[in-house]
Design a protein around this ligand. Structure first.
Ligand code: C5P
Length: 292
């Protein structure tokens, strides 16, 4: 049967500014996305019947409509009157519910893959519209750019060109953290004012020149994430994780998205590997990753 195989990479947020709560319940964000080379692999194979089947060895990956890949396949089948279903095999490498947008990336990969397999000829604008309906982070992976500024819920994207490749150590504690729980904790801390009432530092524009010029020391100090107090409220012990990475020689350390993944900036691949050596891997997965 015809099939396509697609790589489904993860992302980091170098800056995540939460500007306020919107009338629709989502939060208005300004973020800098970096696509990294830690990736799942997805193989989509045409079926003779009309079912959508997900195959994945990871116990925490939903096999039903809880998985974005099923929702996107269903949407496309209905909208384009497709009568044959697909088997979607996900080989998972990106930790689940970890602030790395693995699920969103898988949704985007299946959207791109089905566009090819079913020869739908979707325009970039049509794909963006499906992506935005699915979730806040899906659009970044449709944009197919190493770096982008994300605004709105994170779905309004401006690709950032001419930025250097970075090396990181990525540490993901072996616990799940749900995005909605972290935003709820943030609201409970009353740290989010109504839109436009809070005037805050423009962390995006502080970081961008350092990124563009590859000034690593300043770049590392400019990493920031407004969800950090909420993540630490749920897991105060994760403060230690950041400190351990700094002590191991990392240039800058920050949570990605809604956590619990923490990433560090390294000077080079060799430097990243040296940091990993010093790191205790009993409670966390530890990766060396770079911009992709
Ligand atoms: O859009 P996505 O499915 O990634 O969002 C998961 C949850 O995270 C939302 O239901 C919402 O509670 C929260 N969220 C938010 N503001 C955003 C993105 C996500 O409040 N910009």
């Amino acid at each position: 049967m015809p099939s396509v195989t697609i790589q489904s990479p993860a992302k980091l947020n170098l800056v995540l500014d939460v500007l306020g709560r919107r009338p629709d319940g989502f939060h208005e964000l300004r973020t800098i996305f970096e696509r990294i080379d830690l990736a799942d692999s997805i193989r989509i194979t045409q079926r003779r019947d009309n079912l959508i089947k997900v195959e994945c060895d990871h116990p925490q990956v939903p096999k039903g409509p809880g998985n974005l890949v099923v929702r996107i396949a269903r949407h496309l089948m209905t909208d384009f009157q497709i009568t044959q279903g697909v088997t979607i095999r996900i080989t998972k490498r990106i930790p689940v519910a970890a602030g790395l947008a693995g699920g969103s990336s898988n949704g985007a990969a299946v959207l791109l893959g089905l566009n090819r397999l079913w020869r739908l000829n979707l325009t970039q604008a049509q794909m963006m519209s499906y992506a935005t309906a699915l979730g806040s982070d899906v659009a970044f992976f449709i944009a197919q750019t190493p770096y982008a500024l994300g605004e709105g819920r994170g779905e309004q994207l401006t690709p950032l060109k001419g930025m250097p490749k970075l090396w990181h150590v990525l540490v993901t504690p072996k616990v799940k953290m749900l995005t909605k729980d972290v935003f709820k904790a943030l609201a409970e801390q009353r740290l989010v004012g109504k839109l436009k009432l809070t005037k805050k530092t423009d962390n995006v524009n502080i970081l961008l020149p350092f990124l563009r010029q590859g000034k690593l020391a300043q770049l590392g100090s400019a990493f920031s994430n407004d969800l950090e107090p909420a993540i630490l409220k749920l897991r105060p012990d994760f403060c230690l994780l950041k400190r351990k990475l700094s002590d191991a020689g990392a240039i800058g350390v920050c949570f990605s998205g809604s956590g619990p993944s923490v990433f560090a900036l390294a000077e080079s691949k060799a430097h990243a590997k040296a940091i990993v050596q010093k790191f205790d891997k009993r409670f966390a997965q530890v990766f060396v990753v770079s911009t992709f």
